[in-house]
Design a protein around this ligand. Sequence first.
Ligand code: COA
Length: 372
Amino acid sequence: MADKPTKGLADVVAASTALSDIDGKAGRLFYRGYDIHDLAGRATFEETAHLLQRGKLPTRQELADYGAELVRGRELGALVSANIAEIAEKQKPMEALRSLVSLAGADDPDKDSIAPEANLGKAARLTAQQPLLVARYHAARKGIDVPEPDASLSIAGNFLLQVTGNTPSPRAVEIFDTCLVLHADHTMNASTFAARVCAATLSDMHSAIVAAIGTLKGPLHGGANEQVMKTLESLSPTGVAEAVREKLAAGEKIMGFGHRVYKTEDPRATHLRRLSEELSADDPTYFRMSKEMEEVVFETKGLYPNVDFYAATVYHYLGIPTDLFTPVFSISRMSGWTAHVIEQHADNRLIRPDSEYIGERDQKWKPIDERQ
Ligand code: COA
């Protein structure tokens, strides 16, 4: 008979990884041994994706080669292009991405291989295509064309250009790039675990990423950033404290707070708070409301904001539509998910845990006409 399970697998070590590490008590996060505080605002998202997928921070030459591979790889395939308009009409953003990544798998030149070289190429293509999929989806639902990418801009810059239709300021690009760096990987979070479970059956990278996207979508995971913005929009700027206290007294969860692993401030929230404050200079209402929410939730429940809380206002101030916040998370986390699939395939064993049976035993079989 199996042991009692730990609900939600809390504290269960489900995999070995060299990709990221969290010190939950000290509130620290590392990608391949680099402190997130050293990377945020210094390494670009492209450098971070290279670090995760290819094992090291790139030299200038390696970054140029990887950048060129990303540019070549962002071309969307025929199946995706043929279906994006209908998908945009019928599916919400995260549902659409789940469908589109699945179609991109069929378009991928290495679709039938999980060999290390094929996986590296697919990881780059998935990372390059995800921002374009979000931008193309958004344009399709609005019935407009996506601006051509600007060769002088990074992934972050081109995404802002293609979603807002305006050339972003250099500082907006830096801020968004930092957001992508901050969301790139996070140990055995639910979507990464889903990706690894799928990959561990020796299924392909696109299938694992589809599993991850479906998992990120939920409001207890990546969907929280969108819910944070909706909460802010639903509150009166002068009634924040009272409304939050009422919600907490009614047993409601406040999205963007609490974390399974951090017992102190999430180090990503520290950066995002600062960036939100900077962007709020001309329009401080939502930032002020967020600060007040943070104070009340801490006073009442002792909970800290997580990555999703201040990401919401940062994205809002950058002009990103609220229902694209979780897709933005997926743009960044694609770098981590794909790196985890590479890692899983490189040293694989099927992930197949046990379960605790809590149902009836020794039931007596009855023919259908004798059942009640
Ligand atoms: N608002 C209010 N109370 C919260 C809370 C929140 N955001 N997060 C946790 N709590 C409370 C729970 O109600 C529970 O209280 P109880 O012991 O009195 O019942 C306790 O803290 C533990 O919460 P639990 O949901 O069991 O913790 P978990 O480790 O399973 O969940 C999260 C972690 C992140 C899912 C959880 O904090 C949450 O739902 N947060 C909101 C969603 C969110 O922001 N997700 C993004 C995560 S990066």
